[in-house]
Ligand binder design. Structure first.
Ligand code: NZQ
Ligand code: ZN
Length: 393
């Protein structure tokens, strides 16, 4: 196993009785705050009023940027940075899901930089080395943005959706109250859960030397999401289900599970192109692509992938019938995952079902590879990626 550094200084306030610390936490970073949020769910749920009352209770000056879109746009980053400079903002408070938090990370960086923020995505070697402090209040369990240092921004003018990360973008503190996710509708609960599953699989399916402890941790994480996502979809206010999904979302991607792994992720780059071209929900795209990707890499490199797929089938889905060959067991595990996405999470099972045809597959595949190939669990060339998209039709 490779060595690694693991350092997550994000302070987590977990649970409904911790929310009362929000005002003092934000005020500890300064006196003027930019409050960012999405399309209005926080106003409908009453969270907006509760947040404002805490900030006002600390005598803070509050500037606002609402209307951040799902698949957040570079224009919102630019607007937020402008507001920060105009008002002399000291700290940004993001209240929402991954889109609001991601956008806020780059607002924090752009506010203290002379660059246009798209420069960081157009040329990924451009350094991001300073940012305003960010505090988050998470309202949707999915991306893990509340406890990681990355984010993804879309540029609709160029059909691009690109990710960047930097230590200075890591939130200083995140408030994780499962009750703030009670109102997440079933579809977004399902898509968020598929995202958590995908983050875990991106680390789990690896040919780096594995650490038994981490593989076992990830299998438990996958079983947790599969146990509680259908419950949260049926009963939105099931605190236990929401709490398990929320904490799983943070730990699937905070660097713990893929400690020491060197391989690139495979399914996310392919999905980001779907979102870039068609503005679809990230988790839905992942749920459609993942089983097709699994079948493709199993067929392309059975020797290298079979042991991991067999372990996945057995330890995640309990498929251990001794009459099955290894290949049959591996395929049964992939089918079980696809059935979970389609039957339990009720997510569409194909690209055609969501109105996507093959028109842009070639261009999307080239962009997903960012060069000759995605160097993941099994190396994927643009031709492989096109085949995977086609298998999803
Ligand atoms: O905008 P509002 O009105 O708040 O409504 C949102 C939005 O319509 C709604 N919602 C959120 N919390 C709610 C709620 N509705 C009712 N009650 C609540 N409590 O849900 C919708 C989706 O929100 P969004 O923030 O877009 O979802 P998500 O958290 O899944 O974020 C997706 C974005 O994160 C990126 C994705 O690519 C996508 O752009 N990712 C970020 C990552 C990271 N930072 O590490 C990693 C991920 O792989 C992912 O790529
Ligand atoms: Zn994701």
């Amino acid at each position: 196993m490779n060595g690694f550094t693991f350092h997550i200084p994000t302070k987590i306030y977990f649970g409904d009785d911790e929310f009362g610390h929000l005002g003092e936490e934000v005020a500890s970073h300064g006196s003027t705050v930019l409050l960012t949020y999405g399309g209005g769910s926080i106003k409908r749920t009453g969270l907006y009023d509760r947040v404002l009352s805490q900030l006002r209770g600390q005598g803070m000056t509050v500037v606002e940027l609402g209307g951040i879109d799902p698949n957040p746009r570079i224009a919102s980053v630019r607007r937020g940075a402008e507001l920060c400079r105009e008002a002399g903002v000291d700290v940004v408070l993001a209240v929402g899901g991954g889109s609001t938090i991601d956008c806020s990370k780059f607002i924090c960086a752009a506010a203290v930089s002379d660059r246009d923020p798209w420069d960081w995505f157009a040329d990924k070697t451009t350094p991001i080395d300073d940012a305003l402090p960010l505090v988050t209040v998470l309202t949707l369990a999915a991306t893990g943005s509340e406890m990681d240092n990355g984010g993804v921004i879309s540029n609709p003018e160029t059909n691009q959706k690109e990710g960047r990360g930097a230590p200075c973008l890591l939130p200083k503190a995140s408030f994780l109250d499962p009750a703030n996710t009670f109102t997440v509708p079933p579809f977004q609960t399902a898509a968020g859960s598929a995202d958590i599953i995908s983050h875990t699989c991106e680390a789990y399916f690896s040919q780096d030397h594995d650490l038994y402890f981490l593989d076992t941790f990830m299998e438990g994480l996958l079983r947790t999401v599969m146990r509680f996502a259908p419950r949260a979809m049926e009963h939105g206010d099931d605190y236990e289900a929401r709490a398990n999904l929320m904490w799983a979302s943070s730990w699937a991607i905070n660097g713990f599970a893929d400690g020491g792994k060197t391989q690139a992720w495979s399914v996310h780059p392919m999905e980001h192109e779907l979102s870039a071209f068609y503005d679809i929900t990230h988790g839905l795209g992942l749920a459609i692509l993942t089983p097709a990707w699994m079948r493709h890499v199993l067929a392309k490199d059975p020797e290298g992938t079979l042991p991991k797929f067999c372990r996945f089938a057995e330890n995640v889905f309990g498929i251990c019938d001794p009459s099955l060959s290894d290949m049959e067991r591996a395929e049964a595990g992939i089918q079980a995952l696809q059935d979970f996405f389609c039957d339990e999470l009720q997510l569409a099972g194909s690209l055609s079902a969501i109105g996507i045809d093959e028109e842009h597959f070639g261009a999307m595949a080239e962009k997903a590879c960012h060069g000759p190939a995605i160097k993941g669990f099994v190396e994927l060339t643009p031709a492989d990626v096109v085949e995977i998209y086609r298998a999803c039709l």
